[in-house]
Design a protein around this ligand. Structure first.
Ligand SMILES: O=C(O)c1ccccc1N[C@@H]1O[C@H](COP(=O)(O)O)[C@@H](O)[C@H]1O
Length: 216
């Protein structure tokens, strides 16, 4: 039976992580190309991990305000299914990347208040999916992957967009069920919440997360 709530496990770095993601029944895995992340992988590492990834698991490349040269090199070297834009890319830049590199785009919008939720509207026409994440604190080194949740109540009035969307930010095996029930999300994404240490994925936690995300 396929999982009704699609799960993305972001920031895999080892072949064992790919195996754990596939065994748990997650729909997507993410390779993180942001150099300051503890989950960073080189293009070569991601290409090797891609070979191990079963066809039923979509490979997402996470980049932050990447320029065309970086994206060209990335898409030449790594067989990705999606690009996840986790920076301050404008709707115009999202449309440009989508047209130039020919991959579906997951655009991340960081949310801390109702105005941030309204910003999602401007990306609906240009992105293939929206990822609603907690907005990173101003002094944070990472624009995501900080294990911070936002007030899910902010989505109460506006959780139905025309494009598929994912919920992210501080999700764990312990809170993902509540998050799905509170927000109506059909897709969820996690990085730090399934790790034993920053950048080190835990197979049991991945399994638990995917299981807990499913509403009986
Ligand atoms: O995980 C990272 O290191 C990271 C770095 C830069 C941008 C985004 C990053 N991760 C993404 O952040 C969200 C939420 O992460 P968490 O579950 O709260 O740890 C997730 O979408 C990752 O894709």
């Amino acid at each position: 039976m396929s999982n009704q709530i699609a799960v993305k496990i972001c920031g895999v770095t080892r072949p064992a992580d790919v195996d754990a993601v596939a065994a748990a029944g997650a729909r997507y895995l993410g390779f993180n190309f942001f150099p300051k992340s503890p989950r960073f992988v080189s293009f070569e590492m991601a290409r090797d991990l891609s070979v191990d990834t079963p066809v039923g698991v979509a490979k997402v490349g996470l980049v932050v305000n990447a320029d065309d040269a970086m994206l060209q090199d990335l898409t030449d070297k790594v067989p990705l299914d999606f690009l996840q834009l986790h920076g301050s890319e404008t709707p115009e830049r999202v449309a440009e990347i989508r047209a130039r590199f020919g991959l579906p785009i997951i655009k991340v919008v960081g949310v801390a208040n109702a105005a941030d939720v309204n910003r999602i509207d401007s990306y609906e026409a240009v992105a293939d999916q929206i990822l609603v994440d907690a907005k990173a604190p101003k002094d944070a080194i990472l624009p995501g992957g900080n294990g911070l949740a936002f007030d899910w109540g902010l989505l109460a009035a506006r959780k139905y967009w025309r494009k598929p969307w994912m919920l992210a930010g501080g999700l764990t095996p312990d809170n993902v069920r509540q998050a799905v029930l509170r927000t109506g999300a059909r897709q969820v994404d996690v990085a730090s919440g399934v790790e034993s240490a920053p950048g080190v994925k835990d197979a049991d936690a991945i399994h638990d997360f995917v299981k807990q995300a499913q509403i009986p």
